[in-house]
Design a protein around this ligand. Structure first.
Ligand SMILES: [Zn+2]
Length: 538
């Protein structure tokens, strides 16, 4: 039986931008659109060209290779022709494959927000779709407040959708803009829209999570006949968020109710990249991934000790609704038993470290990792630090150098022009081959000063760290208040293009940074000697 195709439309960069605390730069948008494009989504909506400098710059060139690159904007204003609307002109000049227009479909909003007649609004929809098609773009129309509009005035809501469809819109997207509609209502209204003459193969669903049902509403719309789903990575978005595409993708691919009838661009092989996609996006946002996220959370396949764990080890199907491997996640049994041990042995093996099952140093390593993770270390995101810890415990790291101490000063003062100036200065004392080396450096902020001082005089290793660059630096406060624990993650890269992550944890942010810096430098020295494993880009 041939399966029907469901199209996946990502609006992380447009609707997701409305999330409180989220503000994407052009560089962020490029990185995220690459993630989405490589993962294989059908549509990537990039933003609203003409509405702000970031989005205008982002749309100065096409940013996707395979995904259709979508620009979002308003339909033409009432009272002027499409060709005379400067906003529409900017939108159509954007380097996009498709244009998604937002259109009012609730007569109340037409009157109050647009201040034009119902007929003028229909004309704006028709003319805008035609203008986009004339410019060689695929046209989509997001019918804003469609479900509330339908409840208030079904004839008019349908007229808006129908006008878009008849003008040639590839997709008419039904939006639950306020997020309050229930799955049963979604299903009934989508069925009514299809009965009115718009085929489901031209209908999309855009759901918000205000009652915690954006995913359920999206699936209800699919069951009723919609064939495109809009959503965001990890469900970010205004208020309570948008439909979580990560959850939807896995459900469509793995649940028989859907995968027996439908297919998406995400096949079984691509699906194994889902956990990575979700976590990479959180890293970009510098927020910790939701441990309880369906399918991709660190706890999604974690079982505590006890009867569940032992049954799980005998036959995982007893306690798992899908396999963790199918979405690229890992099974976790959180006890130091055989399961935990073999996980460790495998993790070490992947880094080229062989250790016997009965080696007491293995037990020692497991207890150190557990202890450290309890105090805030996160080795999942810092593979280089994990490898160093393992090699230290197994006694296979040479003593390259030792640190006698460091001191950092931050001074706020006025310069000769009376302007406020913040000066950071660091002193680091190292011992290399019995020789004490003391370096002083200023920097942009205390961590930068520390990094410069550390690298100023490394004795015989100096030339070895010339190509070491700190690519990223992330700080996370682990519990509230001024006594919070700080975790610092540092991403490093060298001239070979290899990247590695290191971690430091302390009550003091400078000390946490220093630990992560030291691990990065030692990892680099190990790598230069080919003593380091295959950490890069995992
Ligand atoms: Zn929305």
């Amino acid at each position: 039986m041939t399966r029907e195709r469901i199209y996946l439309f990502d609006t992380t960069l447009r609707d997701g931008q409305q999330t409180p605390g989220v503000d994407f730069s052009v560089e962020d948008k490029i990185a995220i659109s690459n993630l989405l494009d490589e993962f294989g989504l059908d549509y990537v909506e990039g933003g609203y060209p003409g509405a702000n400098p970031t989005d205008t710059a982002f749309f100065s060139q096409k940013r996707t290779v395979k995904s259709k690159f979508v620009a979002f904007g308003m339909t033409k204003r009432a009272g002027i022709s499409a060709s005379n609307d400067p906003g529409l002109a900017v939108l159509l000049q954007a380097k996009s494959d498709a244009t998604c227009f937002v259109a009012k479909s609730w007569d109340y909003h037409v009157r109050v927000a647009l201040g034009c007649s119902n007929e003028e609004n229909l004309e704006s929809i028709r003319d805008s779709v035609e203008a986009a098609r004339g410019a060689g773009k695929e046209a989509l129309v997001d019918c804003e407040h469609f479900f509330d509009g339908y409840k208030a005035n079904p004839e008019y809501a349908l007229a808006c959708a129908k006008t878009a469809y008849e003008a040639g819109a590839r997709w008419v997207v039904l939006c639950d803009t306020n997020g309050g509609t229930q799955p049963g209502e979604i299903r009934a209204i989508v069925e009514a829209v299809i009965a009115s003459g718009i085929p489901g193969t031209s209908l999309g669903i855009h759901a918000h999570d205000d009652t915690g049902q954006a995913v359920a509403n999206s699936l209800a719309a699919i069951e009723a006949g919609c064939r495109q789903i809009q959503g965001t990575l990890n469900g970010i978005g205004e208020r309570c968020g948008n439909a979580n595409l990560v959850t939807i993708i896995a459900t469509l691919a793995l649940k028989d109710a859907y995968c027996s009838r439908f297919e998406t661009a995400i096949d079984a092989e691509r699906l194994t990249g889902l956990t990575r996609l979700s976590h990479a996006f959180d890293e970009l946002l510098n927020r910790s991934p939701n441990h309880q996220a369906p399918y991709v959370g660190a706890s999604a396949f974690a079982t505590k000790a006890g009867i569940h764990a032992s049954a799980l080890l005998k036959d995982p199907r007893t306690y798992e609704h899908v396999t963790p491997e199918s979405v690229g996640n890992l099974r976790k049994v959180m006890v130091s038993d055989q399961g935990g041990k073999s996980n460790f042995i495998n993790a070490l093996k992947r880094r080229g470290i062989e250790v016997g099952k009965d080696d007491p140093r293995l037990d020692q390593l497991i207890s150190i990792v557990k202890e450290r993770e309890a105090t805030g270390y996160a080795y999942e995101g810092a593979d280089a630090s994990f490898e160093l810890l393992a090699r230290r415990t197994l006694g296979t790291i040479p003593e390259f150098f030792s640190v006698e101490g460091f001191r950092v000063m931050v001074e706020r003062r006025f310069d000769s022009h009376g302007r406020i100036k913040i000066v950071s200065e660091a002193v680091v004392t190292l011992v290399v081959d019995g020789q004490t080396l003391m370096s002083v450096a200023e920097g942009d902020g205390p961590v930068n000063a520390l990094d410069r001082a550390l690298r100023k005089d490394f004795g015989k290793y100096q030339h070895e760290i010339d190509d070491l660059v700190l690519a990223d630096f992330k700080v996370r406060i682990l519990n509230g208040g001024t006594e919070a624990i700080t975790r610092v993650l540092i991403e490093s890269i060298d001239s070979t293009g290899v990247r590695w992550w290191t971690v430091g944890v302390s009550e003091n942010i400078i000390d946490a940074s220093f630990q992560a810096l030291m691990d990065s430098v030692i990892y680099k020295l190990m790598k230069n000697r080919e003593l380091a494993g295959k950490i890069a880009a995992e």
